[in-house]
Design a protein around this ligand. Structure first.
Ligand code: XUL
Ligand code: MN
Length: 344
C-alpha cells in the first residue's frame, strides 16, 4: 500500500520473455515462485492470475487436483504477504478456442469455454478472491459473415449468467478491448461491457475493468471511460498502462507516452476514491530491448508514476480551476495544467 492508501497489483505475465510475432524470447522465463518475492520488493500488494498461472495444465486435471494446487498457491501468497486480486479464464490458447470461446460457432467448443470458466471460478474461491476478470480475447470476428453480432451478445450474456449461477459469490469484471487478437471484438468499449452487465441475471455482480491501452485503441480517452464506469459504481479494477497511437497493443509503462492522459486517469480515480474500491493493476510489459536483469523497471516506473501523479492531482489549485471554468478561460486552464505537470 502506498502512503495514499492505494494498493497495487500485476500479473505474472507482466514479467515476461519479450517474444513478439516476429522474434523469439530474448529473456529467460522465470518461474512463478521466482517472481513472487519481486512483488513486495517493488511495493506491490496483490497478484492477478489467469487460471493457468495459478494451476498450470488445468485442462488435464480433476477438480480435486485443481483445488489442491490452488490451495498451495494461496499458501505461497500468504508466505509473501500477498493476496490474489482476480482470476481470469484463459480462453484464447487452447485449440478449442480458435473460433472463439462463448461465441464459437461450434457447440462443443462453447461448452469447453464454460467448463474452463467454472474451473477459473473454483480457483478464485481457493485463492480467497471473489473477482473474475473476463477479457473476451477471441469473442469477435475476422470475417463479418462468419458470425452474428446479435447472437454473440446473447451467447455472452448466457455465459455470464451461467457463471453467476454456478458461483453465487463471484463478481465478474469485463475487460473490453476493441481488437487484437481479433479484427473486431464484440465487447470493444466500457459502454458495451456495462450494457451487457446491466442485462445480466444479477447485475450488481457484474462490473468492468478499464485498461488504458484498450481504450486508446478504441479511439477513446481512458479517463472518460473510467469516469463513465465509476458514475454507476461499476469500475472494480483497472489495467493502467500506455499506448503510442493506433497500432499493436503495447502495454507501455503508465504515463510513458502521454503524461497528461495519465494524470487525468489518476485524477478521476482519486476524485472517486478508487483506493476504497479496488486495486490499481498495472498491465505493463518491458520493451523487448530490456536486458533480463533489468526487466522489472517498467513495474517500478508505473507504480512510482501513479504515486507521483496522485501528488500532482492533490496539489492542484482547485479553486483557481473553478474560477477559470466560471469565466470559460479554458486556454488559461490548459496552461495551468501544463505548468503543473512541468513543475512550475
Ligand atoms: C490483453 C490483456 C490481458 C488481460 C488479462 O490485452 O490486457 O492481459 O488483461 O487476461
Ligand atoms: Mn489487461
Amino acid at each position: 500500500m502506498n502512503k495514499y492508501g492505494y494498493r497495487f497489483s500485476f500479473g505474472p505475465w507482466n514479467i515476461h520473455e519479450g517474444a513478439d510475432p516476429f522474434g523469439p524470447a530474448v529473456r529467460p522465463a522465470l518461474s512463478f515462485e521466482t517472481k513472487l518475492p519481486i512483488y513486495k520488493e517493488l511495493g506491490f500488494d496483490a497478484v492477478q492470475f489467469h487460471d493457468d498461472d495459478a494451476v498450470p495444465d488445468l485442462d488435464g486435471l480433476a477438480a480435486a487436483q485443481i483445488a489442491a494446487r490452488a490451495r498451495a498457491v494461496r499458501q505461497m501468497l500468504d508466505d509473501h504477504g500477498l493476496i490474489a486480486e482476480f482470476v481470469a479464464p484463459r480462453l484464447w490458447e487452447h485449440p478449442k478456442t480458435i473460433d472463439g470461446g462463448y461465441t464459437s460457432n461450434n457447440a462443443s467448443e462453447r461448452a469447453y469455454a464454460i467448463e474452463r470458466s467454472k474451473k477459473a471460478a473454483d480457483i478464485a474461491r481457493e485463492l480467497g478472491c471473489d473477482l473474475m476478470v473476463l477479457w473476451l480475447a477471441r469473442e469477435g470476428s475476422y470475417m463479418r459473415e462468419a458470425k452474428d453480432a446479435g447472437r454473440a451478445a446473447r451467447q455472452l450474456l448466457d455465459a455470464i449468467n451461467t457463471l453467476l449461477n454456478y458461483d453465487k459469490s463471484i463478481r465478474i469484471a469485463i475487460e473490453p478491448k476493441p481488437n487484437e487478437p481479433m479484427d473486431l471484438a464484440y465487447i470493444p468499449t466500457m459502454g458495451h461491457a456495462l450494457a451487457l452487465g446491466f442485462q445480466a441475471a444479477d447485475p450488481k455482480r457484474v462490473g468492468v475493468l478499464m485498461e488504458s491501452a484498450h481504450s486508446i485503441l478504441a479511439g477513446l480517452d481512458p479517463s472518460d471511460e473510467i469516469g463513465f464506469a465509476m458514475a454507476f459504481g461499476k469500475l472494480w479494477s483497472v489495467h493502467l498502462n500506455d499506448q503510442n497511437g493506433l497500432k499493436f497493443d503495447q502495454d507501455r509503462s503508465f504515463g510513458a507516452v502521454d503524461l497528461r492522459r495519465a494524470f487525468n486517469q489518476v485524477r478521476v480515480l482519486d476524485a472517486n476514491r478508487f483506493w476504497e474500491i479496488g486495486i490499481v493493476g498495472l498491465d505493463v510489459k518491458a520493451i523487448r530491448t530490456q536486458p533480463a536483469e533489468l526487466a522489472t523497471k517498467h513495474l517500478r516506473n508505473s507504480l512510482q508514476m501513479f504515486t507521483r501523479l496522485v501528488e500532482l492531482v492533490r496539489s492542484l489549485d482547485e479553486g483557481r480551476i473553478a474560477g477559470l471554468i466560471a469565466t470559460r478561460d479554458y486556454e488559461e486552464l490548459d496552461w495551468l495544467i501544463l505548468s503543473h505537470l512541468m513543475g512550475r
